[in-house]
Design a protein around this ligand. Structure first.
Ligand code: GLN
Length: 285
């Protein structure tokens, strides 16, 4: 349904909400986020100036965005940006949209007793969200981030430039292939871990994200297990492995780490109280 006359901010939001309420579980938030993007303003502006009338161009741009959202396109893809760890990340359809759940992995990594000049590796970096957030907090860490997908590598590099973190090394690599003879004090990863047959893949934002970033064989465990096994050859003595996983995968991941010889294995919950990351320490052989 189109809307021809120019509207105030309050009317535009109301109209957008009515358009989105049947297709989005977050219709209010989406309507606001997209209008803020159109107007290039902060949230408080909408409530300070509810009577302000949008220009014809602004309303047209807003209509186009609302139509895309009605078709299910994620807000982050429409805007081209998603905030993670209070940093703005450029996003596109080549990789995963950063999730707030993953902030617990960043927080857990920052709490580890690592040396000031620790060597850290982020596997499957995607937008670069984890590696660049860690680098922003620990500028002295030697950070390497890899991704197998060429377009994701380009995106992570764009984010590195945008966030002005030039010392972060970003490489195209099939897991450890480009860092073959290197050891790290910390290896982190948010790999694909969803079972290929999971019904949730037909719902919401994941429909617009590539399966290369989402799904893995062996009920979603294939990449988690591959990383856990191969990390043993790339961790310095006492080095840590920190993996994000699905909320029902913690027990199996912990068991795998213990079987491989990791010690101090523990799971951390995210801010929604779901098991989200598992940590292990490598004592060498
Ligand atoms: N946590 C994400 C989701 O459930 C998936 C992220 C991943 O596979 N690494 O949508």
């Amino acid at each position: 349904m189109s809307h021809s006359s120019f509207s105030t901010i309050a009317e535009s939001l109301q109209w957008a909400y009515s358009q989105l309420v049947d297709s989005s579980e977050s219709a209010h938030i989406d309507a606001e986020a997209l209008l803020l993007h159109c107007l290039n303003k902060q949230r408080s502006y909408l409530y300070t100036w509810p009577e302000k009338v949008l220009t014809a161009d602004q309303f047209k741009a807003y209509q186009t965005m609302i139509e895309k959202r009605q078709q299910g396109v994620p807000v982050a893809h429409i805007i081209g940006e998603r905030e993670f760890w209070s940093l703005p990340f450029i996003v596109n359809a080549t990789t995963l949209i950063p999730r707030p759940d993953t902030e617990i992995l960043v927080e857990t990594a920052l709490n580890l007793p690592l040396a000031g000049n620790a060597k850290v590796l982020d596997l499957g970096t995607g937008t670069g969200a984890i590696a660049l957030s860690l680098a922003s907090e620990r500028p002295q860490w030697h950070m390497t981030a890899i991704d197998k997908i060429e377009d994701a590598v380009a995106l992570a590099k764009a984010n590195r430039d945008n966030l002005n973190l030039p010392h972060v090394e970003i490489l195209q690599s099939d897991w450890f292939s480009a860092v073959e003879h290197q050891d790290f004090n910390l290896i982190v990863s948010n790999p694909p871990y969803i079972d290929e047959t999971d019904v949730h893949l037909d719902l919401g934002d994941v429909r617009f994200e590539p399966s290369s970033a989402l799904t893995a064989a062996e009920q979603g465990f294939a990449d988690l297990f591959h990383i856990a096994q191969h990390a043993t050859k790339h961790l310095s003595n006492g080095g840590y492995l920190l993996l994000e996983h699905g909320f029902e995968q913690a027990l199996t991941v912990r068991q795998k780490l213990i079987d491989l010889g990791y010690v101090n294995v523990a799971t951390v919950r995210d801010f929604g109280s779901n098991d989200r990351c598992t940590l292990g320490q490598w004592r060498g052989e």
